[in-house]
Design a protein around this ligand. Structure first.
Ligand SMILES: Cc1cc2nc3c(=O)[nH]c(=O)nc-3n(C[C@H](O)[C@H](O)[C@H](O)COP(=O)(O)OP(=O)(O)OC[C@H]3O[C@@H](n4cnc5c(N)ncnc54)[C@H](O)[C@@H]3O)c2cc1C
Length: 396
């Protein structure tokens, strides 16, 4: 392979979103002197999920490994400047208002009770609230059709998404990681092993290992190796709204079974729905679906909380989930068919909170050949190649 210059990184990371930055941070922290280069096509991150995220964290997952991943994320986010230990990295302004999931069917109720018991065994504070307890705690909610709520009163909330990315990046740079602007157009292999990559301007970079952290763009790059990858962009429109009669700054993030979520954002609110028709999105399509608010969200929101009778949409934006069509769960670790290649992919709308644990796990497996702290092997590439889902039931 023709190298672009003398510098040959030990690890080249494709994508400088939160996953790429977290991986760079943990790699350089675990092995000082390791030569890490992050290739980022768009340093403004205008279309990166990291920047367009709703930036919330919860422990209410149905898989124990996802609970443990978020618990580690929480630890890092709560104490971020001390964890990254770098000058100029600030607090991530975590607001621990909690998450409140509502259940409207017997089936959802049973699943919620099961998941809450597992979360509590793992140290989460999840409480199951019946209709009377919900009414006492959240008197502004109309509870028609609600059987039960699952509420995490602590260890859940929202935080500064770009602060997390910027802090990991600053700390990785302070330890010698290099950020280079450039679009990777292909992964390059020789002798059955990934040995580097090619950039849009034709230059080639060889590397000891390549980490694919390219968000919704990962599948295209794996195609350059002839691999199918079950991750596709799915568009999500987020609305920032003002509701002058609904002032509940301590409200949790409400996940309503009728099909929307809502949380406070300063003196306003953020809300979104999962579209009924949810095909793979055009990767260039970041046009918000404005009709979702009037047609889907507002009637349900008003039915749940009459204080939202008067609402003004202040702003709307669209982001894309890197949606894992097999099981809506993360895909992390070495690619068994391609030595030298490691992936961080398929986060399906819950990757921001997972970045601390994903970056650490990836660094462990890359540097030592195995997981040393939290075992992420259930989320490995093997299940993808075998078509064997490891499903997460609580996907928002
Ligand atoms: C609307 C929305 C709401 C969300 N809400 C939450 C939430 O509340 N909580 C939560 O935990 N998660 C949430 N998520 C998910 C979370 O934001 C993502 O899982 C996470 O940010 C993924 O990070 P990433 O680094 O993998 O991808 P990205 O942030 O998309 O970064 C990928 C980077 O790779 C670069 N890149 C891509 N291709 C190439 C290439 N070929 N060459 C060089 N660079 C390349 C891109 O420019 C980009 O900067 C949400 C996502 C969306 C869209």
């Amino acid at each position: 392979m023709q190298d672009s210059g003398a510098f040959r990184p030990d690890v080249a990371i494709v994508g400088g979103g939160v996953m790429g930055a977290a991986a760079a941070f943990w790699l350089t922290r675990m092995q000082p002197g390791l030569r890490v280069m992050v290739l980022e096509a768009d340093p403004t991150h205008a279309r990166a999920a990291t920047a367009l995220s709703v930036a919330s964290i919860r422990q209410q997952f149905t898989n124990p490994v996802n609970v443990a991943i978020s618990q580690f994320g929480l630890q890092v986010i709560r104490d971020f400047p001390a964890v990254v230990g770098s000058d100029g990295v600030g607090s991530l302004a975590l607001r621990e208002n909690g998450y409140l999931f509502l259940a409207g069917s017997a089936e959802a109720e049973a699943e919620m009770r099961r998941a809450a018991a597992m979360q509590r065994r793992m140290g989460a504070a999840t409480e199951i609230l019946d209709a009377a307890a919900l009414a006492a705690r959240f008197p502004w909610l109309a509870l028609e059709g609600v059987r039960l709520g699952s509420f995490g009163p602590e260890g859940e909330g929202w935080f500064d998404n770009m602060g997390l990315l910027a802090g990991f990046r600053a700390a990785a740079r302070a330890r010698g990681a290099i950020w280079r602007r450039g679009r990777v157009v292909a992964l390059e292999a020789a002798g059955g092993r990934v040995r580097g990559l090619r950039l849009g301007d034709g230059t080639r970079l060889s590397a000891g290992a390549v980490v694919l952290a390219a968000g919704t763009w990962a599948a295209g790059l794996l195609r350059s190796l002839g691999e199918d990858w079950p991750v596709e962009p799915r568009k999500r429109t987020v609305f920032l709204i003002d509701a002058p009669d609904a002032r509940h700054p301590d409200a949790p993030l409400l996940v309503d079974h009728t099909g929307f979520y809502l949380r406070p954002e300063g003196r306003h609110w953020i809300t979104a729905t999962v579209p009924q028709h949810d095909p793979a999105a055009d990767p260039e399509d970041f046009e918000p679906r404005l009709e979702e608010f009037e047609a889907v969200i507002w009637p349900r929101l008003y039915a749940r909380a009459p204080e939202f009778a008067a609402v003004k949409v202040i702003r709307a934006w669209a982001g894309q989930y890197d949606f894992n069509t097999l099981d809506q769960n993360a895909i992390v670790g070495p690619h068994p068919a391609w030595p030298g290649l490691y992936v961080l992919s398929g986060f399906s709308g819950h990757g921001l909170q997972q970045a601390p644990a994903m970056g650490r796990g990836l660094a462990e497996v890359l540097l030592t050949g195995g997981y040393r702290t939290l075992d992420l092997s259930e989320l490995g590439v093997e299940r993808i190649l075998a078509g064997r889902p490891f499903a997460e039931g609580a996907v928002v």
